[in-house]
Design a protein around this ligand. Structure first.
Ligand code: PEP
Ligand code: CO
Length: 452
């Protein structure tokens, strides 16, 4: 039996701290029943995969890999369908191909999927036309419909979230292990509605060049290139609903410590990243690599405390800082935070989430993000890291392979008036297929301007 290596920590020690953003379940017995059920179910991922990802993140921190993390703001049970899952994989694969080629670096792919079901909310309640109900907190907790029975937290939803995660991961694993992921056939990843867009042409030129290179290498080496290894996907989600995360955290034979085997890469969100509270307490003891959202309220001294708390041994690949400061604030805020990290002497992976600091509401009350602000924050992050002698090792996007109209701008110049056409998100607005591809090409262009 292995013993947790972390001082004064146990899998339940978060329960002694204040846990923000948790639902109030109507009945303790039914909560316990659901948790017992989830605790008895098999793990979704393995400790080997988790350790392998840690190695990859350590490489990304050193500039030997580039991390692409992306997916839905919130998955929904209704989206656990083949078309939604495959189109999300396709866009992530296409972006990663552009990044691999353009940055000349292997890309580590991490999906915001197979467990991204819990959402932090700024208010506990929502009022519409004089009626007040609990806020929607993600499908793992309650339903999005504005009705009392839908909004009541139901612990059985944890069992359903586990099942949907498992079904999603099953398809992801099957597709990426099979011919779908073959780099020689990137046409398998094409999404029907974009065949004739200018970006698709640019993309196909890269895909053809890669195909030619593989053919050439196979000819000269007289061996088949194993291209499948190149398209592994890791899973990630916000570790928000702590009883659920606890139920999926396990010891494993022949290894010390406790692994969260519900996902490879749990992260702590901006609203729950206080060093003295329950989410950081949970995260500091597990063996997984951990992401930490860094918002505009983060101070250099608090960031140092968090680094000491979450990664006291300076373990390679353990800690990933995800800056989400906003295009307006990043110019002032990022450099002092980078300097604080440098002062610790520790090696952490910095990535940029240019989505969450750039959410705004239109006059009509629709939540949106402007492509130019998203790209603007990303380009500034690249500039500031370069100027500080630091390294930006990856990016984090909310995106979808569908042709939605939730963010303004991009090559097709989506305007405020277009938002009504195909706005599907229940939570944050996502980049659509073309906006996501454009983002990948823009990262490459900016990288070349900085380094050539
Ligand atoms: C999110 O990633 O969906 C999220 C809520 O982010 P943040 O914690 O950065 O606000
Ligand atoms: Co979001």
């Amino acid at each position: 039996m292995s013993v947790p290596a972390v001082q004064d920590w146990s899998l339940r020690s978060w329960r002694e701290k204040e846990a923000l953003q948790q639902p109030t379940y109507p009945n303790d017995a039914s909560l316990q029943e659901a948790l017992d059920h989830v605790s008895a179910l098999p793990p979704l991922v393995t400790s080997w995969e988790v350790e392998h990802l840690k190695t990859e993140l350590a490489r990304a921190a050193n500039g030997e890999r580039f991390l692409l993390q992306g997916g839905e703001c919130a998955e929904s049970f209704g989206d656990c369908r083949a078309d939604a899952i495959t189109s999300r994989l396709k866009i992530l694969m296409q972006m990663s191909l552009v990044l691999t080629y353009g940055l000349n670096t292997r890309v580590v792919r991490v999906g915001r999927f197979a467990g991204q079901y819990a959402k932090p909310r700024s208010s506990d309640t929502e009022t519409r036309d004089g009626t007040t109900l609990p806020s929607y907190r993600g499908d793992i907790i309650n339903g999005a419909a504005f009705a009392p029975e839908a909004r009541r937290p139901d612990p059985q939803r944890m069992v359903e979230a586990y099942a949907s995660s498992s079904l999603t991961l099953n398809l992801v694993r099957a597709l990426t292990e099979g011919g779908f992921a073959d780099l020689r056939h990137p046409e398998y990843w094409d999404l029907d509605f974009v065949q004739h867009s200018p970006l698709a042409d640019e993309y196909h030129a890269i895909a053809d060049a890669i195909g030619d290179t593989i053919d050439f290498l196979e000819t000269v080496t007289d061996e088949e290139i194993d291209s499948v290894e190149g398209v592994t996907f890791y899973t990630s989600h916000e570790a928000l609903l702590l009883p659920y995360e606890e139920a999926l955290s396990r010891t494993v034979p022949h290894k010390a410590g406790v692994y969260n085997l519900g996902t490879h890469l749990p992260w702590v969100g901006k609203r729950t990243n206080q060093p003295e509270k329950a989410h950081v307490e949970y995260a500091r003891g597990i063996e997984n690599p951990v992401g930490l959202k860094v918002g505009p309220a983060m101070t250099p001294s608090r960031l140092k405390t968090l680094i000491r708390t979450l990664d006291p041994e300076d373990e390679p690949g353990k800690l990933m800082l995800i800056s989400r400061l906003g295009a307006d604030a990043i110019g002032d805020k990022l450099a002092p935070l980078i300097q604080a990290v440098q002062a610790t002497g520790q090696s952490v992976l910095w990535i940029a989430d240019p989505m969450h600091g750039n959410t705004e509401k239109t006059d009509a009350g629709i939540k949106t993000r402007r492509f130019d602000n998203v790209l603007g924050e990303l380009e500034q992050a690249m500039d500031i890291h370069a100027a500080e002698g630091s390294h930006l090792g990856g990016v984090h996007f909310e995106l979808t392979g569908e042709d939605v109209t939730e963010c303004i701008g991009g090559a097709r110049g989506l305007s405020e008036a277009d938002l009504g056409r195909a706005y599907e998100s229940h939570v944050d607005p996502r980049l659509n297929y073309e906006q996501s591809m454009e983002m990948a090409f823009s990262i490459v262009r900016k990288h070349r301007r900085l380094h050539d």
